[in-house]
Design a protein around this ligand. Structure first.
Ligand code: ADP
Ligand code: ZN
Ligand code: ZN
Length: 746
């Protein structure tokens, strides 16, 4: 073999993104034994400090700032082809720059845990079970008379036109042993190995079961507009609750699915609305996968592979599903686009809605944002013509929109937070055989425990916040740092036994409602009562039975559910949003009230919504009753404009924290100085100031707000500040982070 002289050959250098805190890339030499061509977009295993980590090759270079003999070698190249398509790779690179977050960590966040650890991205062949062609169900019924579960499983498999995996079978609640027993019987089941990489043959013929639903005029007009769009376009589908938005999503998906393209649907919390998944599965005979936090790492990887290989036709998922690869993308939909859960609040602080829009742009496809209460950002984008506004002003299928009324409780005696008028209305609705929904935005028994002798109150020693009283088990919980203490019987300060609770949480209200209405079930739905998914499903099933009952709960009840028997919605306390420290307080209050109200009267029985308030004449409330959401939103937008707040300006928030207040202060001041040194008159620096929650989980917190009317100026300053801050030696225990377009300023 002819030897090449090293001097004439340029050594390629791999520039690698690594999940590490600094905003930079790291150079490596190729592995000692190179078996394939060097390309970017593949994962590599590299030595990093004392560890080995999985990184992503961003580019192949010919020079490095370091000398060649200072560079380490890549230990292993994991993928033989780029892991993600170009469009997704670009979207992630854009997101890293936009959110000023280390690109290695962005890729890390975007991938399923198993891929972060270096698992292969291609899939093992999977086994699909279907009914054996010779199996006769009638005969099987005779044979399996005594094995009812086996028969049930056989019947389930028989109903699936394209076979099912053992995963799907166990998700339906069948024990693995049942499948084994059926397989052991001759001529019942057929097991087929299917390679998971997409081939035209494995594709099913798409069937859409429209269930006889005929679109109404507004739905049809919205659909026509969406169908007409060519290439990238953002639509804002503003439809009142129950107006048939989901129906429009499904119809908009049809042509894409027929043409073999994939559709991505992002939803706030899939675990809460298992109906969503079922609706899409019942409508389309195609492969629907879901991606959400309830999956195991293996399930998540399977779903990711199904999407990435092109096998999955519909992908339904929560926030991080926005990063799911799709080789044949057709349409992206974001349901409840205003929902706070689309924003990640730690680590890589991205907005899945904004990333999705960028992604649709990179894919050159249509994206639809749907909501009954669109965010002010989206309303404004529609007004500016950046988004096309589609309206569904009426409820579908003849249901009437509920009437909203404020109950002035400024002078009322309250019993556990409820006025007598409200209690009587609840009684009347129950007597008519209906269901009532009571909304309280506080879980636990009561928000505070107080000593009547010395005025001691239950504060968390790790946070500047009160600890909530919980009764089962009797404990104090801090909802900010999750610390817990046994419920004291005597005052820790003065020893008095005269302790009492202040305010009302869901548990206290449950206790009261159960006593007051002892003939109907009281179904409490909050984070504590639904720790297990099974339990949540059971509770939702009880509600669906339609029998008179009281549903009591937090935000969890407000999201997307369809409760046809609910005719009264009672909002116990509307006042929290009125005086919020956060500039989004009123927007969020209005969204919550309108969404909760939307659970009333969704079927043939008309609905009523009662909102208790001590400030019934506050314009923020009275306007909400008198105006529709769009007009209300425009009022709020006008206020934001006057106040020069987003979306009329752009915000970024530095958060600096440390167990020592002084250390956090000093570093926050350093960051402020760095910002001012950029000397950009269009960029305003506010602070540093103590965060509204000044101490959390034992750490003091400071905020530095950066604001500008000019997005690119803001970006430039943030980039420069982050770059310099990365060079600084961070004092021990000081941590800092940056949130671009923050949605929570606590
Ligand atoms: P949204 O997503 O806006 O809350 P859905 O799509 O869930 O509304 O629709 C609410 C209910 O109305 C569902 O039961 C749905 O099947 C029904 N529905 C939707 N569109 C129509 C229509 N055009 N005609 C009759 N019923 C409809
Ligand atoms: Zn005391
Ligand atoms: Zn705490």
């Amino acid at each position: 073999m002819a030897a090449t002289t090293p001097s004439t050959q340029v050594t390629p250098i791999l520039r690698v993104a690594i999940p590490a805190p600094l905003r930079r890339l790291y150079d490596y030499l190729p592995p000692a034994e190179l078996e394939c061509q060097l390309i970017s977009g593949v994962r590599v295993l590299v030595p990093f400090g004392p560890r080995h980590v999985i990184g992503m090759v961003m580019s192949i270079e010919t020079t490095s700032e370091l000398r060649l003999n200072q560079l380490k070698r890549v230990s292993r190249i994991v993928d033989s082809e780029p892991l993600l398509q170009d469009s997704l790779f670009q979207t992630l690179t854009w997101a890293a720059a936009y959110y000023q977050h280390p690109v290695g960590d962005v890729f890390h966040t975007a991938l399923p845990v198993k891929l972060r650890r270096g698992d292969p991205c291609f899939a093992e062949p999977e086994i699909f079970y279907s009914l054996h062609p010779q199996c006769c169900i009638a005969t099987a019924q005779q044979h399996l008379k005594r094995a009812t579960r086996q028969l049930a499983l056989l019947q389930f498999i028989a109903r699936q036109t394209s076979g099912v995996t053992s995963g799907t079978i166990s998700k339906q609640g069948f024990q693995p042993s049942l499948l084994k027993k059926l397989l052991a019987r001759d001529g019942y089941l057929l097991a087929t190995k299917v390679n998971q990489s997409f081939t035209a043959k494995t594709r099913l013929a798409l069937k859409s079961n429209r269930q006889g639903i005929k679109l109404n005029t507004s739905q049809q007009q919205a659909l026509n507009q969406i169908n007409k769009a060519q290439g990238f376009q953002t639509f804002l589908l503003h439809g009142v609750t129950g107006s048939g938005k989901t129906e429009v999503y499904m119809r908009a998906m049809e042509p894409h699915l027929l043409a073999g393209r994939q559709c991505l649907l992002l939803v706030p919390e899939i675990g809460l609305t298992p109906q969503t998944m079922q609706r899409f599965e019942q409508r389309f005979s195609c492969y629907v996968v879901s991606l959400h936090s309830g999956l195991t790492d293996t399930e998540r990887l399977h779903a990711w592979r199904a999407a990435s290989s092109g096998r999955a036709d519909i992908i339904i998922g929560t926030r991080s599903a926005v990063f799911t690869p799709m080789p044949r993308p057709g349409l992206i939909i974001i349901d409840e686009e205003h929902d706070g859960s689309f924003k990640q609040q730690d680590g890589f602080r991205y907005s899945a809605r904004d990333v999705a829009i960028k992604r649709a742009h990179a894919e050159d496809i249509v994206i639809v944002l749907g909501s009954a209460t669109p965010s002010l950002e989206s309303m404004n984008n529609a007004r500016r013509g950046k988004f096309i506004l589609l309206g569904l002003p009426d409820r579908a299928g003849g249901a009437k929109s509920p009437t909203l009324r404020i109950l002035d409780i400024a002078q009322s005696q309250l019993e556990h937070g409820l006025s007598e008028t409200l209690v009587l209305r609840i009684e009347q609705h129950l007597n008519l055989g209906n269901q009532v929904l009571v909304f309280v935005n506080r879980r636990g028994y009561a928000p505070v425990l107080q000593c009547k002798t010395c005025a001691w109150i239950s504060e968390c020693d790790q946070c500047i916040a009160r600890m909530t009283v919980h009764t089962r088990p009797p404990e104090l919980h801090c909802h900010h740092c999750e610390s817990k203490l046994p419920l004291p019987h005597t005052c820790p300060n003065c020893g008095s036994t005269d302790l009492s609770t202040l305010g009302t949480g869901t548990q206290k209200l449950e206790e009261f409602l159960k006593l007051r209405f002892d003939k109907v079930p009281v179904i409490r739905i909050d984070r504590d009562s639904t720790r297990s998914r099974r339990r949540l499903h059971d509770l939702l099933d009880t509600i669906k039975s339609g029998n008179p009952s009281i549903l009591l709960g937090t935000q969890m009840l407000a999201k997307g559910h369809h409760f046809p028997a609910v005719t009264l919605v009672a909002i116990v306390d509307a006042d929290m949003g009125l005086f919020s420290a956060d500039f989004r307080g009123q927007e969020q209050m209005a969204q919550t009230i309108v969404q909760v109200a939307g659970r009333a009267g969704r079927a043939d029985r008309p609905g009523e919504v009662l909102v208790q308030s001590r400030h019934a004449h506050h314009p923020a409330l009275s306007n909400l009753v008198q105006l529709n959401y769009a007009d209300y939103a425009h009022l709020l937008l006008a206020e934001r404009k006057t106040g020069k707040m987003p979306p009329f300006s752009h915000l970024a928030l530095f958060n600096v924290e440390s167990p020592e207040r002084e250390a956090a202060c000093r570093f926050a001041v350093t960051l402020a100085k760095l910002t001012q040194q950029q000397q950009d008159p269009t960029v305003e620096t506010l602070g540093p100031v103590p965060a509204p929650m000044e101490k959390r989980a034992g750490r003091f917190r400071l905020h530095l707000q950066i604001k500008s009317f000019n997005r690119s100026a803001l970006q430039r300053v943030l980039r420069a500040v982050c770059k310099e801050a990365d060079q600084l030696r961070l004092p021990t225990k000081v941590r800092w982070s940056l949130d671009v377009d923050p949605t929570e300023m606590l």
